[in-house]
Ligand binder design. Sequence first.
Ligand code: NDP
Length: 474
Amino acid sequence: MSYLEFKNIIEFEAFTTSHSGLLLIDFYATWCGPCKIMAPIFGKVSEEISLKNITFAKIDRDENQELIQKYGFEIPTIPRFILVQIEQGEVKILSDLGGTQSKTQMVEKLLGFIEPNQTTEVLDQENETTVRKNRVAIIGSGPAGWTAAIYASRANLDVTLYQGPMPGGQLTTTTEIENFPGAWNIETKKGLFGSDLMSTMQDQAKHFGTATEFESIESVQYENHNDLTTFTLTDSLQREKQFDAVIIASGATARYLGIVGEEKYVGKGYHSCATCDGAFYKNKIVAIVGGGDSAMEEAGFLAKFASKVYLLHRSETFRASKVMLERVQKNPKIQIVTNVAVDKFVGEGHLEYLILKNTNSQNINPILQDSDFEKIDDEFNKLVVQGLFVAIGHDPNTKFVANLLDVDAAGYLIPQSRLPLTERNSKYQMATKIPGLFVAGDVEDHEYRQAITAAAGGCRAAMETEKWLAESID
Ligand code: NDP
């Protein structure tokens, strides 16, 4: 790794007053899962772009609020990569390079700021990776994807895993995993953090030979020649690669409420991931929408930072497991409010308050007794919060195969195991109707949606892929 760490404003200013050139800053936090996933990518980019006039540095966002305010850095979510120009002690913000991203995306963005004669080495390295030949592609980097990669690589297949827009998947947005067998510290009696579990799986897969790409796949096409299928995958940089078999393990994405105008508030008071953004709300009042295990888990996480957490649920019955609901009910910082829906966001720039609609006209709502609430009429209440989080379920990520595969009523891909026997065209359970195209994990499972079931699906898909390749090609 060839980057610096500025621990405080003094170290930052000691550097900026004695250096000139470009500085790429990684604003991170110690508790942030996506930051841990991005750390090795930042390290790799810093090694590959070892140029004289660009320096890489990390700054802990939580510990350096004074620095952030003094220099006008805007950090709506973390990690955040910001490129600055330093000249004679002056610090000028050149570009916000965004948050979680692939190595290639970061390199491409940086190249726009580097002199042409300095870029040859970097481009050569990028070109080298595009000519490699591959056989099995795995799309997705959650437990299903990495488990499939471990099994397929150990089976001597030539495996490339596409990490996609959220390396590590949904587990990187959660805290401790208490129910993944074996991912448990015997001394502390605690589970591994989601991001650590994913980094461990990634390391295991790489050890056995999995090659990784950080891009997302935008389309999958296939053609048959003399009974041999070739898949062509196009990634987000419009690069194409050919494979003999593909495992789709692209998971699912968090849902937003779908209220008109809500997109204006995303990152400005409105969030879908408490473990990513919860710490922005230290000593502030926040609300979370949902009645499932995710909402319970995230409400508990938010209560570690916020002064008060309202858990807003549209009915009186909860999908959450009894143990997780009880944990929330016992937390003195969390107030559960049932029979309400968010109707409107209000605020100039940042969310200032919510308009809540009573979803049960018979309900005499106890929330009206709380000072944060203001009754508007019998149907609507105003709730003053600085942040709103949603935990209302997920949508499977299937857009890139919409032209190829059918989905069920909830939008999930359908493996052979879920088809009636008369409609199956393959003996393989994780196979789709297209020979050589397999599925695993949350993208096909709307029932269990657990890390352990996703990992099991990845194992089955990889073993079946190996057998299918042996029968079809070898
Ligand atoms: P769930 O589908 O279980 O719950 C979604 C919740 O959101 C429901 O209460 C639903 O309300 C509500 N909801 C859905 N759409 C809206 C909307 N538009 N407006 C308001 N509310 C809405 O999803 P989860 O993400 O909570 O959990 C998914 C799976 O993951 C589950 O199997 C769960 O057990 C598991 N999980 C396990 C964890 C653990 O064990 N540590 C942690 C987190 C998740 P309604 O009930 O009225 O439909």
